[in-house]
Design a protein around this ligand. Structure first.
Ligand code: NDP
Length: 232
């Protein structure tokens, strides 16, 4: 499969790239910085024919459009999209302390970001074969399990879940699976050291879902990385 992935240079993203390459897929990696010794470049050296890198800041529509144009020239079609890039701002802040620039920024990255990616990459996905879209969500976006904190992050992931449902209806006739996936609480910069899960394990589960090896057990498409239903 040919898979486009945002936030590909660290955290869950780089583990998704590594796992996808080990499984023989081609990865189109969206990154914000490309340095000689960056993790994605090291993988590019290891898998020169299987890794394409593009400057892709999900808040910058021009960068998304340009990445899609270059990807069309490079590979012609794609079979999977993983919207992985995300931010968690205002962690632990009470409402009275919220900085609305950060609130807006969170929505821009976590909600508008995947929408921009869809706008520009869907035409390429339509040309693919076994087509799947995965939006990396979070249990923090579950209205059912909402807790009274991390306000912008929670509402952004709830909105992303809604976008996933809308998207699945929108592409219904096109034979495209759409999932919003909670990757677990994992040890990354965002998840922190106390997290109980490992990005390697989540990446494996997410790739299983993408490949259709794990059946998603949810009518509305919100699942964890093992395919188990999450409550919207
Ligand atoms: P990290 O903070 O470790 O990594 C975030 C990634 O998002 C980086 O690759 C970063 O790129 C990228 N990113 C941030 N802003 C932008 C942007 N504007 N454009 C493009 N890329 C951007 O987070 P994780 O790897 O832990 O998170 C991955 C996903 O998993 C996120 O969507 C997150 O919400 C979700 N998640 C994570 C959990 C956890 O426990 N870790 C739990 C539940 C969900 P750069 O390197 O350029 O900064």
């Amino acid at each position: 499969m040919k898979i486009i992935l945002t936030g590909a240079n660290r955290g869950l993203g780089i583990h998704l790239v590594k796992t996808a390459l080990e499984r023989g897929h081609t990865v189109l990696a969206g990154v914000r910085t490309i340095q000689e010794d960056s993790p994605i470049n090291l993988l590019k050296k290891q898998y020169p024919d299987k890794v394409y890198t593009y400057f892709l800041d999900v808040t910058n529509e021009e960068s998304v459009a340009t990445a899609a144009k270059l990807a069309a020239e490079d590979v012609g079609s794609i079979d999977g999209i993983i919207n992985n890039a995300g931010v968690l701002t205002e962690r632990g802040k009470i409402i009275e302390e919220l900085d609305f620039e950060n609130v807006k920024f969170t929505m821009d990255v976590n909600v508008l970001g995947p929408m921009r990616v869809m706008k520009h990459f869907l035409p390429l996905l339509y040309k693919g074969k076994k087509k799947t879209i995965i939006n990396i969500s979070s249990e923090a976006g579950s209205i059912h399990n909402a807790y009274g904190g991390d306000f912008p992050y929670g509402i952004s992931k709830a909105a992303l879940n809604m976008f996933s449902v809308q998207l699945s209806r929108y592409v219904k006739e096109k034979d495209i699976a759409v999932h919003a996936v909670h990757p677990g609480w994992i040890k990354t910069d965002m998840g922190g050291e106390n997290a109980t899960g490992y990005p390697e394990e989540s990446a494996n589960g997410i790739l299983d879902i993408l490949e259709g090896k794990i059946e998603a057990k949810s009518e509305l498409g919100f699942i964890d990385f093992k395919g188990q239903e999450m409550k919207i």
